[in-house]
Design a protein around this ligand. Structure first.
Ligand code: CP
Ligand code: NVA
Length: 305
């Protein structure tokens, strides 16, 4: 594992190793044990989109590991004024030990990895959000004690989160049902990749327009915003189209009785999820957000130590 760009590139062993290390780092942090596994290493963090969790969890994680995080907003670096990815990759590879990047085009992240000589971590693109989904799977594992054989239902936009959930669930052998309206389905290439992995892991993939079909007997219900970063101009239209996909008490009651609710956050209450569900006792959204820290520390150690 040289980079973390797409979950499809990871083996099941990589994922298990990341989870074991995440568990250990989380426990040690709570026990007050220092783990300076990245002493004197520097991580550049390029952001061309907003962030709360990704920025703070990577930045704090790097400090806790004894390293130095460098926040690089595209408003400030020359990349935002037209310097090429090629030149940026060449130059930053001379200073840094790793780069985390959040941007629009997935191909920019791939290009950075091709032309640089240091590990690249995808901190979200229009197509994928692998760090988030590794964290989600870790959170499910913590609460359910297993992954294989569980069923996750994703209800809403077939966006970066849904795409990476397909990759992740298929890899670990979880069944996944995605309910999204016509025209807002998951990426076709990613569906094909997930289907290949599902054949190996034994997971079942269902793609439907009906949220009630998706949530039936689910162990995990997951949703995300209907308006991802960059889609603000489509907001009104999207809200109308997605309203039947709201995760509310009626829809939630069709899942298993002990189903958990996950959301990558930021959430828009009473749009994609009602307040009673996200603030209810079966919601794990803040455990999930906390786990970004522990899981990403494990990813950084695996790539940069
Ligand atoms: N879930 C997530 O990536 O949140 P941020 O956009 O706040 O980083
Ligand atoms: N789908 C959302 C996820 C935010 C973490 C977006 O891309 O804006």
């Amino acid at each position: 594992m040289k980079h973390l760009i797409s979950l499809y590139d990871l083996t099941l062993e990589d994922i298990n190793e990341i989870f074991e290390l995440s568990e250990k780092l989380k426990r040690q942090l709570k026990e007050g044990v220092e783990h300076k596994l990245l002493k004197n290493k520097t991580l550049g963090m390029i952001f061309t989109k907003s962030s709360t969790r990704t920025r703070v969890s990577f930045e704090v994680g790097m400090y806790q590991l004894g390293g130095y995080p460098l926040f690089l907003s595209s408003n400030d670096i020359q990349l935002g004024r037209g310097e090429t990815i090629y030149d940026t990759a060449q130059v930053l590879s001379r200073y840094l030990d790793g780069i985390m990047i959040r941007t629009f085009a997935h191909s920019d992240v791939e290009e950075l990895a091709t032309h640089g000589s240091i590990p690249i971590i995808n901190g979200l693109t229009d197509l994928m959000h692998p760090c988030q989904i590794l964290t989600d799977l870790f959170t499910i594992y913590e609460h359910k004690g297993e992954l294989k054989g569980l069923k996750l239902a994703y209800v809403g936009d077939g966006n970066n989160i849904a795409n990476s959930l397909l990759h992740g669930c298929a890899k670990v052998g979880m069944d996944i049902s995605v309910a999204s309206p016509k025209g807002y389905e998951c990426d076709k290439n990613i569906v094909a990749e997930a289907q290949k992995d599902a054949e190996v892991s034994g997971s079942k993939i269902v793609l439907t327009e009906d949220p009630y079909v998706a949530v039936k007997d689910a162990d995990v219900i997951y949703t995300d915003t209907w308006v991802s970063m960059g889609q603000e101009a489509e907001k009104e239209e999207r809200i109308k189209i997605f309203m039947p996909y709201q995760v509310n008490s009626d829809l939630f009651s069709k899942a298993k009785e002990d189903a958990i609710f996950l959301h990558c956050l930021p959430a828009y209450r009473d749009y994609e999820v009602t307040s009673d569900i996200i603030d209810g006792s079966q919601s794990l959204v803040f455990d999930e957000a906390e786990n970004r820290l522990h899981v990403q520390k494990a990813i950084m150690v695996k790539l940069m130590a």
